[in-house]
Write a protein that binds this ligand. Structure first.
Ligand SMILES: Cc1cc2nc3c(=O)[nH]c(=O)nc-3n(C[C@H](O)[C@H](O)[C@H](O)COP(=O)(O)O)c2cc1C
Ligand code: SF4
Ligand code: SF4
Length: 288
């Protein structure tokens, strides 16, 4: 295989990073990493060539690709470049994020061959998918990588289809929220160094620009003395509600592959649509 492997990902609390690295490790070749979590790494446009393979991973925010990333990704260009799309979500749902990610890249010269949706600990609350991706998820991610590597050597003509619908789900417009810093802050600066939006002042770590903050929770999770928190009641309620609704179920990774265009697949899809039509007709006749 005469290809170059590239990883492009955003990961504020490291769950997406773990998944994409595990997928890439299955290729057993050197990898160019483009970690665009920090703002200084999103300044330049990126160009990929036809010999490249790109694995791109993002977290799901409100069932979508985070808005600032869609804007950045419009400056990432391919040239018939093979791509794998990965979203990581907090055990609620990934809604239209995977479809949106695929659409953005396929519009920009990439050719999707596979896609996956994985579960990661929810940014807001570790009671939701706490500790995920766990070893089982990472093993699955590795096997997904092996499967893709194997498929690279086969010719496929059909388009990649993934779960999701267009028009995409509306982005939830939420109020800017202030992140509070407790007195026990030691001024270590970790929160500011890892903030993906440059929202925390480097000359005063207690000051956060709430208009820049995306509530990724990186600063909250990384603070060694747990000095940062969101005290805004609607946010606390939302976090509590999703734990109540989705905290006791375990969702598993899902995969999508570019299918071969073959007579068996065509026949199967024709038979399936006939069965659906017959079922609809039966239902109509029974009702009337
Ligand atoms: C602003 C925001 C919105 C989110 N929306 C969703 C969502 O719609 N569905 C879901 O299951 N998880 C959602 N999550 C959780 C993240 O998708 C999940 O925790 C992911 O693993 C974070 O990735 P990272 O560790 O790479 O930053 C959201 C997190 C944030 C910060
Ligand atoms: S990471 Fe925590 S302790 Fe360190 S500067 Fe930020 S708030 Fe203070
Ligand atoms: S200030 Fe906001 S954007 Fe920055 S790390 Fe904290 S939650 Fe994320």
């Amino acid at each position: 295989m005469n290809k170059r492997l590239n990883l492009l990902y955003f990961s504020a609390t490291d769950t997406t990073a773990k998944v994409v690295k595990s997928v890439a490790s299955a290729f057993d070749m050197s990898v160019n990493k483009y970690d665009v979590t920090l703002p200084e790494n999103r300044l330049n446009p990126l160009d990929f060539e036809s010999e490249d393979i790109l694995i791109v991973g993002v977290p799901v925010y409100s069932g979508r690709v985070p808005e600032f990333l869609s804007e950045y990704f419009s400056n990432v260009k391919g040239d018939g470049t093979i791509a794998v799309f990965i979203v990581v979500y907090g055990n609620r749902a990934y809604d239209d994020a995977l479809l949106e990610l695929k659409d953005i890249f396929e519009k920009n010269g990439f050719m999707g061959i596979a896609a996956g949706a994985f579960v990661g600990e929810h940014s807001y609350n570790s009671e939701l998918a706490g500790g995920r991706p766990d070893q089982n998820d990472l093993d699955i991610a590795y096997r997904f990588g092996l499967e893709i590597k194997d498929k690279l050597n086969r010719n496929t003509i059909n388009k990649l289809r993934v779960y999701g619908k267009f028009p995409y789900r509306d982005r939830r417009k939420s109020q800017p929220v202030q992140i509070e810093t407790e007195e026990n802050c030691t001024n270590c600066g970790i929160c500011a160094a890892y903030c993906p939006m440059g929202a925390i002042r480097f000359d005063n770590f207690k000051v956060t620009d709430s208009t820049k903050c995306i509530k990724c929770c990186s600063c909250i999770k990384r603070c060694p003395v747990h000095a940062r928190e969101i005290r805004y009641e609607p946010h606390i309620k939302l976090s509590r509600d999703i734990v109540e609704k989705y905290g006791s179920i375990r969702l598993e990774p899902e995969f999508f592959y570019r299918r071969k265009l073959c007579i068996i697949n065509i026949t199967r899809s024709l038979v399936n649509s006939c069965i659906i039509e017959i079922a609809k007709l039966k239902f109509f006749l029974l009702k009337n």
